[in-house]
Each structure stands twice: as structure tokens, then as C-alpha cells.
Write a protein that binds this ligand. Structure first.
Ligand SMILES: [Zn+2]
Length: 401
């Protein structure tokens, strides 16, 4: 699928680390970045996107679910759909993501390992979706959070080791484990830990031995504590729910920073879906939503203060508020919690690539990196909402839009 070399030319660049104003030329050859300068070299075809165009690495969403259709009852849909139906819905989700400039996604929970087949399919048809870094079905306790995705595993060391090995041998990029209950599963409580720290450590040790990072779903403070102690690479959600409501424990945040445990913050709402939802909400429901948001604000401010590495994992797919192109809205939201727009962009590119184990290849505009680009109109460091004004998207040097 190689294309002839060309120079992508614009008036600004954010390279994953810093923003530069002034003409920029990025030469793409064979799907990778070959050369970066201020003017296009002679003899190379120029794709000039204009002086007001800013070139960025394609964005990385560190937590999505392609199998969830962002409908009103995604669990029912995923349980009832046939495999071909589910794959078709996942293809639509992937297309929607890449059109927003999300060129890499970490799929943290599918059904029947379907995201692996789709990953291989998209590797042959790069404009049809992002690069997928799949986890397969999340490892969960029998009847535990998201058990219906097929990852139920008995809570003993032997079973957990074989679950990790199976995912590794199938070609998963990350191990996802449910360290607490969640909101989508009846009978499962976000405050309640699953597995406990000793068994989580078994998962982490085996995954790390095989070279795979571990992403732990953890809402409750006890499960966050367990996941940090077990040595996971990222905590997903990190909502800091205590027995009596929000409990953003500063000590746990300090431990995260000290032990280099990252957080995938669950941010981003589709503004149209949000407005529609607010319209029909009762005052009580609104109050509940406000409480959830206030708790999240407190947690994020603490994470910022303690210097914890945070990326945005939108959890795209789990509700109408979260279609698969919602990530840029999550980035705009992150900037309201202390991070500067430049820091948010680094979180969504260079740092997210590191968390996902694809640093150097994704998330930075450097020689040798994959030619995945988001090109927007205007300066995103001055105004992050510029991310929504997409001028072009490229995947492996191929124009998506
Ligand atoms: Zn999720």
C-alpha cells in the first residue's frame, strides 16, 4: 500500500512535545515520516494545507470499546448481535474515530476477541479506521463487571495466569483486568474490589513477563489501592469512589506519581447528545450528574497537583454521550482541570503512545514514525477547540479525509 513520497506542508506544527509557528514540511515516504523541515525538498510532490493549518500526530484514545455501539442499551446490543452484525458495527465505530483524527485506539474490552480480527483487517485498509491495540475480553470474576464479554476467570492464580497467556498467544497488545465492579453490570458495585491485590499482582507479573502492559479498571478507592500495590501500568477511570461517596485520597495519588502508574481519565461527552440528555433530565437526575462531575473534578485536580501522568480514555461506545469520535471533546475537558492545552496535546499523543507501548512509532512527528496525522485549522495551543475543525487526517501516509 505504499504511496509515492510527498511533503505535507502547513503553517504550524505540534510535534507531540512542543508547538512551533512558521512554515513546516513533513516528508512522508512509504507510510512513515522521512524528513521534517521548514520547506519541502526539491522534486517532492507538495500537499499544501495552508498557512492556517496546524499539523499534529494523530490522536490516541487510551480506552474505547468498539463492540459497544453508543446506543441507549449497548450491553443488550452486544449480547444479542451475531458476530457479523457486531463486526459491521465495529467497522462503523472505527471509521467514525479515524475521521475525527483518532488514529490509534486501545480497545479495552471486546467480545470473542473480535477486535483482533478487525485490527488485522484495518492494517490492510488503513483509511478505514485507526490502528487498534486490543485487549480482547477483559479479565473479570465470574459474574463480575462485564462478564458478558466472555472474560470470566476463576479467582485463583492458575486460572489468571492461563487467561493472561491466552491473550498473549492470541496477539493482544494489553491485558485489561477489572479490579472493581462497574456501572454497566447489574449486581456489580464500583466500590467493591474484584480479585484483590495478591491476584492482581499475579496478573501483572505474568503480563510483564510476557512484555504486555496491564490496564486495571478501578472506580473504588480500595481497588485503586490494590491496583497500585499490584504494579499495574494504568488505572482506568480512577473515580475515587469511597464507601461514603467521593474520596480523592491524596496518598493514593502520591503513590501513583511515585510508582509511575498512569491514569486513563474517562472524559468527553458529545455536546449534542449531552444537550438532549439534559433536556429530559429530572432535577434529581441533574443533581446526581452534578455530584458525579464534582467528584471527577476533585479527582482530576488532585491528579494534576500530584503530577500523575494522565491520558484521556474516552470509554467511547458505552452510551449515546460517547460516540467513537468523542475524544477531542475529552481533551477540551481535560484542559479545564489544570493542564495547559500543550500539556493536554502531549498527553493525547506522545505520553499516550508511551502508555500503550508504541512510543517512537505513534504520538510524535519524528523521523521513522508512522505517518498518522491530524491537521486542524488554527492554533490548538491557543484554543483546543481547534481540534474539532479538521482540515485533514492521514493514516500511514494515506489521506482519510
Ligand atoms: Zn471501559
Amino acid at each position: 500500500m505504499s504511496v509515492e513520497a510527498f511533503a505535507l506542508v502547513g503553517g504550524m506544527v505540534f510535534d507531540g512535545n512542543a508547538f512551533h509557528e512558521g512554515p513546516v514540511s513533513v516528508v512522508v515516504r512509504g507510510g512513515v515520516i522521512d524528513e521534517i523541515g521548514s520547506t519541502a525538498p526539491d522534486g517532492v510532490r507538495v500537499v499544501d494545507l495552508g498557512e492556517d493549518a496546524c499539523l499534529l500526530p494523530g490522536l490516541i484514545d487510551t480506552h474505547v470499546h468498539l463492540v459497544f455501539d453508543a446506543g441507549v442499551d449497548p450491553v443488550k446490543s452486544v449480547c444479542e448481535a451475531s458476530e457479523p452484525e457486531l463486526l459491521e458495527s465495529m467497522r462503523r465505530a472505527a471509521r467514525r474515530a479515524v475521521h475525527a483524527g483518532v488514529t490509534t485506539i486501545r480497545d479495552l474490552g471486546d467480545r470473542d476477541y473480535l477486535s483482533l480480527g478487525l485490527r488485522d483487517e484495518l492494517a490492510q485498509d488503513v483509511v478505514a479506521g485507526p490502528e487498534i491495540l486490543p485487549a480482547g475480553p477483559p479479565i473479570t470474576t465470574p459474574g463480575g463487571h462485564c462478564f458478558f464479554l466472555g472474560g470470566e476467570t476463576a479467582p485463583d492464580a492458575e486460572s489468571l495466569i492461563s487467561a493472561v497467556r491466552e491473550r498473549h498467544s492470541r496477539g493482544c497488545s494489553v491485558i485489561k483486568v477489572m479490579a472493581s465492579g462497574g456501572n454497566m453490570t447489574p449486581g456489580s458495585l464500583p466500590t467493591e474490589p474484584q480479585f484483590g491485590r495478591e491476584l492482581l499482582k499475579v496478573v501483572v507479573d505474568e503480563a510483564h513477563r510476557l512484555g504486555l502492559p496491564v490496564a486495571a479498571h478501578a472506580h473504588g478507592v480500595r481497588s485503586i489501592d490494590d491496583a497500585i500495590a499490584a504494579g499495574v501500568d494504568s488505572i482506568e477511570h480512577a473515580s475515587f469512589v469511597g464507601e461514603q461517596g467521593s474520596d480523592p485520597q491524596q496518598g493514593l495519588m502520591e503513590a501513583m506519581a511515585a510508582r509511575d502508574v498512569a491514569v486513563s481519565a474517562t472524559l468527553g461527552f458529545d455536546p449534542v447528545a449531552l444537550a438532549a440528555m439534559l433536556e429530559v433530565m429530572s432535577p434529581g437526575q441533574r443533581e446526581q450528574l452534578e455530584a458525579v462531575r464534582a467528584a471527577q473534578d476533585a479527582a482530576l485536580q488532585g491528579l494534576f497537583k500530584h503530577g500523575v501522568k494522565v491520558s484521556v480514555g474516552s470509554d467511547a461506545g458505552i452510551a449515546p454521550l460517547k460516540p467513537h469520535d468523542v475524544l477531542p471533546h475529552g481533551l477540551v475537558e481535560m484542559a479545564r482541570h489544570g493542564w495547559s492545552p500543550g500539556e493536554v496535546l502531549t498527553a493525547a499523543t506522545r505520553d499516550a503512545a508511551k502508555l500503550c507501548g508504541v512510543e517512537g512509532r505513534k504520538g510524535e512527528l519524528v523521523t521513522g514514525a508512522d505517518a498518522d496525522f491530524l491537521v486542524v485549522r488554527g492554533n490548538p495551543v491557543a484554543d483546543l477547540e481547534r481540534l474539532l475543525d479538521v482540515r485533514a487526517v492521514l493514516r500511514m501516509g494515506h489521506r482519510v479525509r
